[in-house]
Design a protein. Structure first.
Length: 359
């Protein structure tokens, strides 16, 4: 599994159309509010040409890329934090994802109504973010009230958590996202919507609008917030997704699109979450695995099986470029490109690894 990403935005911003484009799952995408009530969930293989190149030398029985999960969450509206438009139900779905893709409408269309009345991307962003902050504030204040009682009774860990939550609550009251006031530090105890890694997805009506004024507003807002950003023409991408795979690249080039929505979102998501990919390669299976950047060898082994962490002995590592240049494991060994690494080795993106573990 790579990571899971929740797709949010106002109704009719293009969330479900984008979901269809990147998952080819056929999620409902219609011109009325709350078309999506229960979240649509789709898993897709993470495209990575490296796993195919490794497989050319191994000739495995199967190839297993890592996967990414997308969750298409119903459109939020003003008042969602108070239950408007089934808001509380929708907000609860967002708490379970690792990252958020906020789809922002940057196209005009007489055929697709806007729930507020006119296209204004910054206003739309602020509507959604206000609801997320209000929902977080309600949860944080409840937790603070509970912790004050136990902290006063001398429970040290509760006092420490209380000290972390109070500035977060103060910030939320002043319209400051939890990500800017230490919200990441409390995600285990209290998952906060406004502390999750975030990318803004400017949804345009035509590829020619990629550098238009509406997109530029969203780009500048994302830069100010330190969030990820990408531009997508969801409708065109959805049309491409319906074509046979062999025709998609040519049509995308014809439409002036440099890469697919899926590639763009995965690239941005991996950057947001500081994720990298390593590989295991054998005749039975070549597989891609996802770990956080900075992960040491035992932690990476634990992604395969948690028992591997405590039973880790060493890792046999070949850098991806060396693996390809030497035409596989045997050539890498012959040229001295396979290294034996211990518990302190920090895994690099693209490493091909064989873990030695005790029984």
């Amino acid at each position: 599994m790579g990571f899971n990403c929740g797709i949010i935005g106002l109704p009719n911003a293009g969330k479900s159309t984008l979901f269809n484009a990147i998952t080819s799952a056929g999620a409902a995408a219609s011109n009325f509010a709350f078309c999506t009530v229960d979240p649509n969930v789709g898993r897709v293989d993470v495209p990575d040409e490296r796993i195919e190149k490794i497989s050319e030398f191994v000739k495995p029985e199967r190839v297993v890329p890592t996967q990414m999960e997308f969750v298409d969450i119903a459109g939020l509206v003003e008042g969602a934090s108070k239950g408007e438009g089934l808001g509380n139900r929708f907000l609860s779905h967002i708490r379970n994802v690792e990252a958020i893709a906020h789809v922002v409408r940057c196209f005009s269309s007489a055929d697709i109504m806007h729930v507020i009345g006119a296209v204004d991307p910054i206003r739309d962003i602020e509507v959604i973010e206000s609801e997320l902050m209000l929902a977080d504030l309600e949860g944080v204040e409840k937790k603070i009230n509970s912790l004050r009682k136990t902290a006063k009774a001398g429970k040290k860990e509760d006092a420490e958590l209380l000290a972390k939550l109070e500035p977060i609550a103060d910030g939320l009251q002043r319209g400051i996202m939890a990500s800017e006031t230490g919200g990441f530090a409390v995600q285990t105890e209290l998952p906060l919507l406004t502390a999750k890694p975030l990318m803004f997805v400017a949804n345009i009506g035509d590829p020619s609008e990629e550098d238009g004024p509406l997109v530029q507003k969203v780009r500048e807002y994302a830069q100010k917030r330190g969030a990820g950003f990408l531009t997508i023409c969801a409708q065109v991408e959805a049309e491409i997704a319906e074509l046979p795979p062999a025709e998609r690249t040519a049509y995308r080039a014809e439409m002036g699109l440099k890469s697919s929505s899926l590639d763009n979102m995965i690239r941005e998501g991996y950057k947001l979450l500081n994720l990298i990919t390593y590989f295991t390669a054998g005749v039975k299976e070549v597989r891609a695995w996802t770990v956080h950047q900075g992960a040491k060898a035992p932690e990476a082994a634990g992604v395969i099986h948690t028992d591997f962490i405590k039973h880790f002995i060493r890792a046999e590592v070949i850098a991806y470029d060396d693996y390809i240049a030497c035409k596989g494991e045997a050539g890498a060994k012959e040229k001295g490109k396979m290294r034996l690494e211990g518990k302190e080795y920090v895994v690099k993106d693209g490493d091909v690894i064989y873990f030695r573990v005790s029984a």
